[in-house]
Design a protein around this ligand. Structure first.
Ligand SMILES: C[S@@+](CC[C@H](N)C(=O)[O-])C[C@H]1O[C@@H](n2cnc3c(N)ncnc32)[C@H](O)[C@@H]1O
Length: 293
């Protein structure tokens, strides 16, 4: 039987398939291509991008740089929840080296194919792999992982408590997690209900308090926010415009040839500036650290 949760995952997976396979697509995965560079930079990456395959960088849909705040070491086993086209897998591989192991988990075939291509291009196939699966039911043995990382994915899960429990299950005692993600406070209802904003990591997000409480309830300790970036009006307007304004109404969407109404919710006469004002101060990207004792 297909559950409501399965339906949500299926919508999310379709939108990321479109985002990674449609030339010029920016819809439902984040931004128009022209904006992607801005997003990648504002996600906090720096020199670590220099020698990565361009495809991995161009198809990055994260909202942070989880590895910048981790202490992943040579020989560690790292798993990346929702590894997408593989940007963080490749950065992790530089830290673990070939004596470690890096495993990405993703449910979307098109993303997995992309990541495998990027792993091969980077020459790290011996110790980096992607497994198809759900982050709510990780295809990873219990107690085998030193670090769990993730970049803008858990907000997309309709069953976040299951994800938190899975993180605690797969980590070794003393293992740690560093996750970048979106959190929201009192999101206006018209934004909360918008499927395109769900797919772009906003409408499914929970509050920072619920996020930290969820991790503690799963048994994680030392739970703490390491960085917090509250989106400003310009960033909010770019996000809303690229996601929920119909092609006829959005110059960015016109030039990108994306955002068909069926994909983006078709909001017609959207007052982008007003929506952004209503979301002001309510959407943030955070990096969360926790440890399994
Ligand atoms: C916002 S993108 C982030 C990709 C990557 N972490 C990055 O930074 O570029 C979300 C990714 O998570 C995957 N994803 C979303 N929900 C998932 C779930 N419940 N189980 C497995 N993968 C999921 C999507 O297929 C997509 O590749």
């Amino acid at each position: 039987m297909t559950t409501r949760q399965d339906e949500i995952r299926s919508h999310v997976s379709e939108s990321y398939t479109r985002a990674v396979t449609t030339p010029g697509a920016g819809c439902c995965g984040g931004m128009q291509p022209a904006q992607k560079g801005v997003v990648v930079r504002s996600a906090g990456y720096g020199r670590e991008l220099n020698d990565l395959p361009a495809d991995a960088v161009e198809n990055s849909f994260g909202c942070g740089n989880p590895l910048a705040f981790s202490e992943v070491r040579e020989g560690d086993t790292v798993i990346d929840l929702g590894s997408g086209a593989g940007i963080d897998l490749l950065i992790a591989a530089k830290k673990t080296g070939p004596t470690g192991r890096v495993i990405g988990i993703d449910m979307t075939d098109a993303m997995i194919e992309r990541a495998r291509g990027n792993i091969a291009a980077a020459g790290v196939s011996d110790y980096v792999e992607v497994r198809k699966g759900l982050i709510e039911s990780l295809p990873v043995e219990s107690g085998t992982v030193d670090w769990v990382i993730s970049n803008c994915v858990i907000n997309l899960s309709p069953e976040k408590d299951r994800v938190f429990a899975e993180i605690a299950r797969v980590l070794k005692p003393g293992g740690r997690m560093l996750v970048s993600d979106i959190v929201v406070e009192n999101l206006p209802e018209e934004l909360r209900r918008n499927q395109a904003l769900y797919n772009s990591c906003v409408a499914g997000a929970i509050s920072e308090k619920d996020y930290l409480d969820g991790l503690r309830q799963a048994g994680m300790t030392d739970v703490q926010v390491r960085t917090r970036h509250i989106y400003d009006d310009v960033q909010l307007e770019a996000l809303i415009e690229s996601e929920i304004v119909e092609p006829s109404a959005a110059p960015a969407a016109k030039s990108g040839g994306c955002c068909a109404p069926s994909c983006c919710g078709g909001s017609g006469d959207v007052d982008v500036a007003q929506m952004a004002r209503r979301a002001r101060g309510k959407i943030a990207s955070i990096s969360v650290y926790a440890r399994k004792s």
